[in-house]
Design a protein around this ligand. Structure first.
Ligand code: HEM
Length: 127
């Protein structure tokens, strides 16, 4: 069953599916995550819970996330810009498994906008 509603349950499901794919990814993208987040199940439970809070705050307006997402990405070891496309592809595949068309497209547009801002800050602005 796919969700029509964006709520805490559907966001958790998205996190499980997306990060299972990321964790199993054999390209440089998977490596970056496994090196930074860690290789234990416990570390991934913590990561998924944090990113679920990020999306709940973005999509539901819940004041539950107070991290610095831009800084987290600027501080990563350098990686090619193209990996953002891979990230977005895997995110879209995951969204499509969890949500019906309308919420899928809505969330994907938000992710694309954020990815664009991250890319601008990482690759176009001198740090
Ligand atoms: C190639 C693209 C990307 C890579 C390689 C990447 C990698 C990572 C890694 C390794 C972390 C963990 C950082 C840490 O624990 O310090 C992280 C955190 C995070 N990522 Fe990404 N990410 C990418 C794109 C995105 C996009 C497009 C979004 C949002 C739409 C996003 C949202 C977040 C958030 C909210 C955090 C948590 C930041 C915090 O509060 O510590 N990421 N990312």
């Amino acid at each position: 069953m796919k969700y029509d509603e964006i709520n805490s349950q559907s966001i958790d499901k998205l996190m499980d599916i997306f990060y299972n794919k990321i964790r199993a990814d054999k390209s440089e993208l998977g490596e970056i995550f496994n090196n930074k987040v860690g290789r234990s199940d416990d570390a991934w439970v913590v990561h998924k819970a944090k990113i679920a809070r990020f999306w709940r705050s973005m999509l539901l307006g819940e004041p539950c996330y107070d991290g610095q997402p831009m800084k987290a990405h600027i501080d990563l070891p350098p990686f090619p810009k193209e990996l953002f496309n891979t990230w977005l592809e895997i995110f879209y595949e995951s969204l499509d498994l969890v949500f019906n068309e309308k919420p899928r497209n809505f969330i994907f547009q938000r992710a694309e906008g954020i990815a664009k801002r991250f890319k601008y800050m990482i690759y176009e602005v001198k740090h």
